[in-house]
Design a protein. Structure first.
Length: 455
């Protein structure tokens, strides 16, 4: 069946994401030369509680893992079983992400080649609808005594793989395997032919589920590159998207601004589930300027830019606090600014940098505030947000048919049809750093197309 070592793997976990859940049970069946050479299965102490929903699904309770080993206890043996073999699982990126994380916690790099039996089923049994393990077991009458337990499920996908080989023969089977190994990062339910039709041009992409409903809308100036990046990311949100995407649709736009506007419009119209979830939890770390006894100082705040936010006070906006602190620290050292005033150090007297001769004494008013503030402005010139140059919202053209987009404070507020009728969204506009950069660049280069907008 295989001309190289493979290992069929299944795990049970305490939840759906490796970021906040752990492996509860693991099974691995290694084949060499078509023969099973090792079968491994064990419960694990996950070092966290087992939710009732998991116990209901698997039958595994707290009492079952009282004497179970920790992952560290079985890591060497499990790694040895999998070493040099292709890692095979159903929805392989899920099982792989958990085990990769468990090994990473021990300082072990685990990066095998992957093969997914969902994709194998879709490729070799395309005439059937549904390729979950439950449906495959029922469709092919696969004997399973203990469903939702690791060893039973690992044996089921091994049985299915052997059945596919026997029914289709060596040549067709290996064609399917070779095709998948060349595109191993693709989602299990997505046809590679749909991706082959995606070009690296500006536009919008729509991920759809098995009912053809939109689940995520995005934009890019290089569509194919951006779409593929989703499937190479093993973060929990991307794994969830990959598990549910069945189709990808692209709409070329011709320009970056058009892609941005169409993306915004489609998100408002379609309300894809993953766009809503990501927007709901999206908070920036804003570096806000204030004046302290005449001296410019910074404070880091978590939040978002609103329609009435005073942009003149925001001297940097970052995806998280770590990136913000790293950038501020870099500027503080480069321009000999005061870490106390930059919000990096809390002290009543002089900052630590002053004792090292790296601060000129603004913290104890030894350096005049006009000299310090001048250096402060130069240091943060490129990171601060540009002020909104208009006294209210504006509209800019979307296309040659007369449709326009309404923008205020760098945020898309809504649209105007070809007759000039406003179509404003009833949800709160959401600031996005990428959108800000695109809109700012367009306005700078196309001021002749801008019109004031009145509600």
């Amino acid at each position: 069946m295989f001309d190289y070592p493979v290992v069929f793997v299944d795990i049970e976990t305490t939840g759906g994401s490796y970021r906040n859940s752990r492996v509860l049970e693991v099974a691995a069946i290694r084949l060499e030369g078509g023969e099973v050479v090792k079968e491994f299965n064990t419960l694990l102490n996950p070092e966290t509680y087992i939710p009732a929903s998991i116990t209901s699904l698997t039958g595994i309770s707290e009492s079952d893992i009282v004497n179970a080993p920790y992952f560290i206890d079985i890591a060497d043996e499990l790694f040895g079983i999998m070493e040099g073999a292709i890692f095979i699982a159903h929805n392989v990126r899920f099982d792989y992400s958990f085990l990769k994380n468990e090994f990473a916690l021990l300082g072990i790099d685990f990066s095998p080649r992957l093969l997914c039996t969902v994709r194998l089923s879709r490729y070799m049994y395309a005439q059937h609808k549904g390729h979950s393990l439950e449906k495959i077991i029922a469709r092919h009458n696969i004997p399973v005594l203990d469903r939702h337990r690791a060893l039973a499920d690992a044996r089921a996908i091994l049985y299915f793989t052997q059945l596919a080989f026997n029914e289709h023969g060596y040549e067709a089977f290996n064609k399917a395997i070779s095709h998948q190994l060349k595109t191993q990062s693709l989602p299990p339910n997505l046809d590679a032919e749909e991706l082959n039709a995606v070009d690296n041009i500006p536009g919008v992409y729509i991920f759809r589920d098995d009912a053809n409903q939109p689940i995520y809308v995005g934009k890019s100036i290089s569509l194919r590159k951006r779409v593929m990046s989703h499937f190479q990311d093993t973060s929990p949100k991307e794994i969830k998207i990959s598990q549910h995407v069945h189709h990808v649709e692209t709409i070329p736009t011709g320009s970056e601004l058009s892609a941005l506007i169409l993306e915004s419009k489609l998100i408002k119209e379609m309300k894809p589930i993953y766009n809503r979830l990501l927007r709901r939890i999206s908070l920036y770390t804003m570096v806000v300027k204030s004046i302290n006894n005449g001296y410019a100082s910074l404070v880091m705040k978590s939040g978002n830019v609103e329609n009435d936010t005073d942009l003149s006070t925001i001297y940097g906006i970052y995806s998280n606090r770590i990136k913000a602190k790293k950038k501020i620290d870099e500027l503080t050292r480069t321009f000999q600014l005061c870490p106390k005033l930059m919000g990096l150090e809390k002290t009543k007297g002089a900052c630590f940098h002053y004792s090292l001769g790296k601060c000129k004494g603004a913290c104890i008013e030894k350096e005049t505030y006009d000299l310090y503030n001048r250096r402060f402005e130069v240091a943060l010139e490129h990171s601060k947000l540009s002020e909104w140059a208009f006294d209210g919202p504006i509209s800019v053209p979307v296309n040659n048919q007369g449709e326009r987009v309404v923008i205020n404070n760098w945020m898309i507020q809504g649209f105007m049809d070809e007759e000039g009728t406003p179509i404003l969204d009833d949800t709160e506009p959401n600031f996005d750093l990428d959108e800000y950069k695109i809109i700012r660049r367009f306005i700078k280069e196309n001021r002749q197309f801008i019109r004031k907008f009145s509600f």
